[in-house]
Design a binder for this molecule. Structure first.
Ligand code: FES
Ligand SMILES: [Fe+2]
Length: 452
């Protein structure tokens, strides 16, 4: 705990003590990393093709990874295509309570069976028409007389493993992988407080990023860069007092919590009116009638109140008990290798980061907003993904609202980081002891998979 004694205050936990509605119990615990190696992290992992190829074998073909949401495929025959580097899966609902993931390649001559999602009652290859039933058995070989040497029964579509948690469908290419529930470690216990099963994808935007997929992810899991890269938020965002949690013996999960509605510890004497005005300037969610702060009230308290009103109205359910933190703060978890799900209702984000095909120096970053379903469980059709090209900005996707400006600022830096890592003569990146402890934790797990 020595390092957090030196962290500027007030701490996240101290802010929580002044809140009107306290946060869930999992958020009242602090677990700074213990005993991490402080060595630099080698940089070839961000550009080397050899590293990338080994990552395919050791990470992408071994780890559980997010494929889609269950609400993307509600009916039997509904499917999505999940692609990672050269692998392609058809993630398909094969029965009301069963989802399977078939390798998306014809067992005749290899053609992709599907190039996009949709709904089908069988899987028919567009080249010569070999056809599989939804249960994966081969049903039709046109001109069967010409294949006396083929045993139909041995040509079921190969499958990846499928697991479901929090309304997310996960896949794993490794037949010997641990069960998803074990892989998720403490994540499900934490998310009992922020049930993501009652959400649906309300917005989904992807963009080709000018950097390795890990660099893109790392820019979104620490707040050390905020005062320099996003100076506009300092009147209402707690950057240097952000809490970072790494739990003993937990390899795949970490967390950070940044408070909002309070100024950065580096900003002294900011009146509550300014905190409110600047937050409302950047976050349209807080727009509307004036927010007055009376004697004895705080900007954070008033902003949380407004957020609860807005959230209640949009969900159609009374959310007046929602904690100040879930109404305002960044409650961000990371699941190895590439998923970043958030708790709370203020910023209901999930990020996913993947290599862009076979190129280690570009990536696909996705931002999903998971809004709450109506009290009866109904919800609008999940949002179709908007794909932004390399030259488009996040702000070209209006559905992202205030998240776009921040993501654009990070994207500009990421291009410089990718190029700078090719120019540098220093063999490793140096990480902060506390504020970048999640990145170090992440690379310790990555190194273990890569060495395996
Ligand atoms: S390649 Fe699929 S039927 Fe020929
Ligand atoms: Fe950022």
């Amino acid at each position: 705990m020595d390092i957090i004694a030196r962290r500027p205050g007030p701490s996240v936990q101290e802010v929580f003590e002044g809140d009107t509605n306290p946060p869930p119990a999992v958020m009242r615990v602090e677990s700074p990393a213990q005993g991490q190696s402080l060595a630099d992290v080698s940089i070839e992992r961000y550009f080397s093709k050899a590293w990338h190829d080994r990552e395919v074998e050791k990470v992408w073909r071994k780890c559980w990874q997010l494929a889609c949401r269950v609400e993307h495929i509600p009916n039997v025959g509904d499917h999505m295509i999940y692609e990672i580097v050269h692998d392609s899966l058809i993630v398909i609902r094969t029965a009301p309570d069963e989802i399977r993931a078939y390798v998306n390649a014809c067992l005749h001559r290899g053609t992709l069976l599907r190039t996009e999602g949709g709904c089908v009652h069988q899987l028919r290859c567009p080249f010569h028409g070999w056809t599989w039933k939804l249960d994966g058995t081969l049903s039709i070989i046109p001109g069967q007389w010409d294949f006396p040497h083929v045993d139909k029964a041995s040509l079921n579509l190969p499958e990846a493993k499928v697991g479901i948690w929090g309304g997310f469908v996960f896949v794993n290419f490794d037949p010997d992988c641990p069960p998803l529930a074990d892989y998720l470690e403490n994540l499900p216990a934490h998310f009992e407080a922020f049930n993501l099963e009652d959400r649906y994808v309300a917005a989904h935007v992807a963009k080709i990023m000018p950097c390795n997929w890990k660099l893109a992810m790392e820019a979104f899991v620490e707040a050390y860069h905020v005062s320099v890269a996003h100076p506009q938020v300092m009147g209402y965002y707690g950057d240097t007092n952000t809490q970072y949690d790494i739990w003993p013996d937990v390899r795949h999960v970490s967390r950070m919590i940044s408070v909002q509605g309070v100024p950065s510890p580096s900003m002294k004497g900011i009146p509550p009116e300014r905190t409110i005005a600047e937050m409302r300037r950047d976050v349209p969610f807080f727009a509307g009638r004036p927010i007055e702060v009376a004697q004895g009230e705080t900007a954070r308290g008033k902003l949380a109140e407004r957020a609860r009103e807005k959230i209640s109205r949009s969900i159609g359910r009374d959310m007046s008990d929602l904690s100040d933190s879930e109404s305002l703060d960044l409650i961000e978890y990371m699941l190895f290798p590439n998923m970043v799900p958030w708790g709370g209702q203020a910023l209901p984000i999930t990020y996913r980061f993947r290599p862009n095909g076979d190129d280690p120096e570009s990536s696909i970053m996705e931002i999903m907003f998971l809004f709450s379903k109506a009290p009866d469980g109904s919800h609008p059709t999940p949002a179709k993904m908007t794909m932004l090209g390399p030259d488009q900005n996040w702000s070209d996707a209006p559905e992202l609202g205030s998240a776009a400006m921040v993501a654009d600022q990070d994207t500009d830096n990421l291009m410089r980081i990718q190029k700078g890592l090719r120019a540098t003569r220093k063999p490793g990146v140096t990480l902060a002891r506390y504020q970048e402890s999640r990145i170090r934790h992440y690379h310790a797990t990555l190194d273990a998979y890569m060495a395996d």
